[in-house]
Design a protein around this ligand. Structure first.
Ligand code: FES
Length: 675
């Protein structure tokens, strides 16, 4: 357990051997000598009806000398056994624990706590090497290779060139006992010795990194215990070259050294982050032996030093779409000189390795239900599918959801309004600010908010305020602020030829203008139209599950996202925020190479849709400008929220049917679609 694999073995087989035979990965660095302690297991006791057996500690051999010696020297938790020593005497249910701790390492809980079965691409292999003999002219390296083959079954071993000058010294320092780090990712490739230490080296680490256009997030994990040792994030320094992706591509096109500048900037930031996670986890950089990176196509290319110009226009050709294998030293990363880098494949010119990683983490392709997976950024990456078929696209949502293009908009930071409610009768708002527990109408709010002030409105609240304005009748389903309400509430104010809503009076005063509402409508319509195209491809009119990935998704309230019509109708309890799913997918690929093969295979089967080329995109977009949508029903949402009756407000904010141009265009489009 937890793999659930079972089999029959002769009495006297070691548990480690049985696990190997079943294909269950149990770590072992010392090759069964009882010194590394990595192979620990637990025996579950009792009658297991599910398995039809009674498991008992009487069915496993008594503590052997290797275990006694290990337990004396190190800490072996009560009930734990070393599987390389303990042998099978009868029926057993064996637990392979996920928390084998050999060194006192602080463990961080920041990373997703899901259990990832281990099968990393790098293995630590301890061997005892025959000493040199004048009568046998085999070289030191050749005897090391022979020992690795004999004890670990490693054949056709390649050796990193940087190690060659060091081998003799290391062997002698370890008195002919050494630990080799063997990188073996794809079955079809040859194993490579990437590191060598004297004696027993009982630690090996890896990093999983998601390079976002705004933020870079990194986890440091033990390759031997899968524990997350440290996590850190930093803002992407490429922001100084351009806020969004396209402006960074333009920067490369306009500046001869633009690509190089951005590549260096992101690599420097990553090296700094490596320093931070190492310091936090008390790990030496040289002990990092493997790394997995994901990012959108432009981040992916710039990180690899590839000019992203081709991604700036149709046909959006990627320089490389498949998975990339590299040495960390080839791209200037400061880790062990032998460390390897793996980058997940990109799905398409607009749908990157980050979307592939999120797909790996959430697994639409592993289930029957139809899952919609959205990563909202300036460019939304959308994946829709199930076991049968998966399709993907991106949609140009623009930066409105991140607070840009919105008059009072700002990034999520202390002082930003993050939640908004509007009383449908009085039209008075109440809100919450990042860094403050109380709502604005609660006692103590004014004091609590003093430190940060009220500085603006962030993405999650922009969604909420527009949705609440719609629910309370301040805006019509077409998003027009109803000027007639100015008579009822001083918060509705004329602004030029339109009206706005006063959310907070102060310094700064935060108002939601007609333009702000329009910007959100454009962004959400782009996202929804992309989703609809994928639904058309799948031939479905509803989805079973929705997953919001990314930082923005973590703060967004699914109900408001649906009221706004950002996402299609769905059971609200089947809409989940999954945080940094791309980071989780990267961690999965770091700790288990089977996941690398799984996503490589899945990506070849994902059908890519280019939204810009689809004739129906425009039509879906026009319908999706309305809240929640001009033509699509939202029956499940209606069960949870009372949607306001339809009302027409002219572009000038005056009630009535005076919306001739836009309405008639929509009506024509609606008629066409019905026909
Ligand atoms: S394999 Fe090293 S202690 Fe069992």
């Amino acid at each position: 357990m937890p793999s659930g694999k079972r089999g029959h073995f002769p009495v006297g087989t070691t548990v480690l051997e049985a696990a190997r035979t079943l294909g269950v990965y149990v770590e072992s660095v010392c090759g069964g000598r009882g010194i590394c302690g990595r192979c620990q297991i637990d025996v579950q006791e009792g009658r297991f009806a599910k398995h039809g057996i009674t498991s008992s500690n009487d069915h496993i051999s008594e503590f052997g000398p290797k275990e006694k010696r290990y337990a004396e020297k190190r800490d072996l938790k009560d009930g734990r056994r070393l599987s390389c020593s303990a042998t099978i005497l009868g029926d057993l249910v064996v637990d392979v624990p996920q928390d084998v701790q050999v060194n006192a390492q602080v463990v961080r809980k920041d990373a997703d706590t899901r259990i990832i079965e281990r099968n990393p691409a790098v293995h630590m292999c301890y061997v005892e090497v025959e000493e040199p003999d004048m009568h046998k002219p085999l070289g030191d390296l050749d005897r090391l290779k022979a020992a690795l083959e004999k004890e670990w079954g490693i054949r056709n071993l390649d050796v990193d060139a940087y190690l060659l000058p060091q081998i003799q010294k290391i062997l002698r320092k370890g008195e002919w006992s050494v630990t080799a780090a063997i990188h073996h990712d794809e079955e079809t490739s040859r194993p490579v010795m990437i590191g060598l230490w004297p004696g027993l080296k009982n630690e090996a680490y890896g990093i999983a990194c998601d390079i976002g256009s705004t933020t870079i997030a990194m986890h440091l994990s033990s390759l031997l215990s899968v524990r997350t040792i440290a996590s850190a994030g930093t803002s992407n320094p490429q922001i100084r070259f351009g806020e969004d992706l396209m402006s960074r591509v333009s920067y490369v096109m306009m500046n001869p050294d633009g690509r190089e500048g951005m590549t260096n900037a992101v690599r420097e930031a990553i090296n700094e982050l490596i320093g931070r996670v190492c310091a936090e986890g008390n790990v030496a950089r040289e002990d990092i032996l493997d790394a997995v990176f994901v990012g959108n196509p432009i981040m992916h290319h710039l990180f690899l030093g590839i000019d992203p110009t081709e991604l700036g226009g149709a046909p959006f050709a990627l320089a490389v779409s498949g998975a990339v294998h590299l040495k960390a030293s080839e791209i200037g990363l400061a880790m062990n000189p032998g460390s390897r880098v793996y980058m997940l494949p990109c799905i398409a010119g607009h749908v990157g390795a980050d979307a592939a990683a999120a797909t790996l983490a959430e697994g639409p392709h592993r289930q029957d239900e139809m899952m919609l997976l959205v990563d909202v950024g300036t460019n939304a990456e959308i994946v829709l599918g199930n076991r049968q078929r998966t399709v993907a696209a991106s949609s140009p949502t623009g930066p409105a959801f991140e607070g840009a293009e919105i008059s009072g908009g700002q990034r999520a930071a202390p002082g930003a309004i993050e939640r908004v409610r509007i009383d449908p009768v009085t039209l008075e708002p109440r809100f919450r600010v990042i860094g403050t527990e109380q709502w604005s109408d609660e006692a103590g709010f004014a004091d609590a908010v003093q430190a940060s002030g009220i500085t603006g409105i962030c993405g999650s609240a922009i969604i909420e305020v527009v949705a609440e304005m719609y629910l309370s009748g301040i805006i019509s389903e077409d998003g027009v602020v109803d000027g007639s309400l100015a008579a009822k509430s001083p918060r509705i104010r004329p602004t030029g030829r339109t009206f706005s809503y006063l959310l907070h009076e102060g310094s700064p005063t935060i108002i939601i203008t007609q333009n702000d509402v329009r910007a959100i409508q454009l962004a959400k319509a782009a996202l929804y139209a992309g989703v609809k195209l994928l639904m058309d491809k799948q031939g479905i009119d509803h989805v079973d599950q929705i997953r919001f990935a990314g930082a923005f998704g973590s703060f967004i309230d699914p109900k408001y996202a649906m009221v706004l019509g950002l996402i299609p109708d769905c059971d609200l309890d089947k809409v989940k925020a999954v945080g940094n799913a791309a980071g989780t997918g990267a961690r999965m690929a770091l700790l288990n190479r089977d996941y690398r093969r799984e996503i490589e295979d899945t990506v070849t089967r994902i059908e890519k849709i280019e939204t810009a080329l689809e004739p129906k995109f425009q039509e879906h977009f026009v319908y999706a400008m309305a809240m929640p949508n001009k033509v699509d029903p939202f029956p499940k949402l209606s069960l949870a929220v009372t949607l306001p009756p339809r009302k027409n407000v002219g572009e000038d904010g005056q009630a009535g049917d005076a919306t001739p141009r836009r309405r008639s265009r929509e009506d024509r489009a609606a008629r066409r679609s019905r026909e």
